[in-house]
Design a protein around this ligand. Structure first.
Ligand SMILES: N[C@@H](CCC(=O)N[C@@H](CS)C(=O)NCC(=O)O)C(=O)O
Length: 196
């Protein structure tokens, strides 16, 4: 399998962590966006987004949620995607919340990258940052557990992205969540191994 990724992408980090947790580290060839000038892998996704997984059969799979489901299936099923409905939908909802935090914080980063200074909208930035802050408040109030599944992998990846892009300032106001992330990092070596 080939994974088109970028070291800083939190969505790609979800996939990289899941791949290692499931024992696929040696089976997934990582292709860095920066080292792929022809952009052959990205061209397989009409949305031009990463991560994108090319299976051994040549199928292009995106987005990160679908790739995680594919890897879970490849590993025999119900390894990082619980079977029992209550656990399954809690985990999937946790993943949706974490993905939403990533999307909003990426839009904050893109504002600088894609807009001319005069076009940058403080109103839009505040709108996106509010989603990040509300998401963190929800996680602080209802902490993820000790399980290693699509929900906790996504939450850890989202928090890691905030550490990278926003200097970890979130930690001061969310001490229980910060302690949870430190515990996850200690329990899951793949977290540290996939840091940008
Ligand atoms: N929903 C997608 C989001 C992926 C995404 O937004 N990837 C970013 C990098 S972190 C990207 O490729 N951005 C390029 C663009 O938006 O054109 C997923 O879960 O994989």
């Amino acid at each position: 399998m080939k994974l088109r990724y970028s070291p800083a992408s939190p969505f790609a980090r979800k996939v990289a962590i899941a791949g290692r947790v499931l024992g696929f580290a040696d089976r997934i060839e990582m292709i860095d966006a920066d080292g792929d000038p022809g952009d052959v892998v990205r061209s397989r996704n009409p949305l031009n987004k990463i991560p994108l997984l090319l299976t051994d059969e040549g199928m292009a799979i995106f987005d990160s949620r679908v790739i995680l489901e594919y890897l879970d299936h490849l590993a025999g099923g119900h390894r990082i995607l619980p079977a029992a409905p209550e656990a399954r939908f809690r985990s999937l909802t946790q993943q949706a919340l974490a993905d939403g935090i990533m999307e909003a914080s990426i839009l904050v980063s893109y504002e600088d990258r894609w807009r001319e200074p005069a076009q940058i909208s403080q109103k839009w930035l505040a709108h996106q940052q509010k989603k990040v802050d509300q998401g963190l408040a929800a996680l602080e109030a209802d902490l993820p557990g000790d399980e290693i599944d699509v929900g906790t992998i996504a939450v850890a990846s989202a928090l890691g992205y905030l550490d990278l892009r926003q200097g970890g300032v979130w930690r001061q106001a969310r001490p229980k969540l910060a302690a949870w992330l430190d515990g996850f990092a200690a329990r899951v070596p793949a977290y540290g191994l996939t840091a940008a």
